[in-house]
Design a protein around this ligand. Sequence first.
Ligand code: 13P
Length: 268
Amino acid sequence: MNHGKIIPMSKRLIIGNWKMNPGTPEEAKKLVRKTKRAALGLVKTEIVVCPPFPFLTACVPRKKEANFKVGAQSVSAEEGVGARTGEVSATMVRAIGAEYAIVGHSEQRKVGESGNSDTDETVSKRLNAALNAGLVVILCVGEKARDENGTYLEELKNQIKNSLLNTPKKFASKIIIAYEPVWAIGAQEAMNSEQIYETSIFVRKIFADVFGADNGLKAKVLYGGAVNFRNAYEIMTVGKVDGLLVGRESVNAPGFVELIKAVDKITA
Ligand code: 13P
């Protein structure tokens, strides 16, 4: 008998991907202070901010903070320490108290632009390095363009399957999938919420193909791409996703605070 036992509802997750912002540690501290304050009173929502590496330590809370955690924007494919100029390992990220890592962001997959050119294979290596170090992974996937005959679904499926190819099932609960259609990142408008819903079901199905139906049901699927305080509510309720991966609005403190409040207010 299970009378009276309260099963905790899984919290909504809002992740702020600061990208290459802001310009100074002072600004980073200010932004994180405001975000932390907004996270304090939340009931159903948890916030994760992912600052650039130089600001990571300053953003990690000294003591446990309610509903607030910190993550890295990427980690090296190599674990531990070693001769890897310019790289930061997941082990180091974990050692300074960060708990999450984004892997496979489209800005890291884009050949030539950021100096990185991640493939599904390197994403898979980074993902495993992060999991082995004890981080929760935010795996970004998303099609470059939509087409009438649905080849974008194939693209998505391959990204997910190939990225998870070498990952043991025991890590399934430590992987969050962020669906970010590349064409919506940095755009004026987010994807329409009905399409977000449809695609999130597809993403969950592929996750279930890889890790089993049970893990598919439990998986957290987020949406990212032009999310702001105005559209967050609709994306969450109509798009029925478990959370949001936010770029621009996460470095705009007033907008991010509004967004967080709007999501926490959603009933059910
Ligand atoms: P924007 O919210 O600025 O469109 O960026 C989305 C994103 O890439 C988050 O990872």
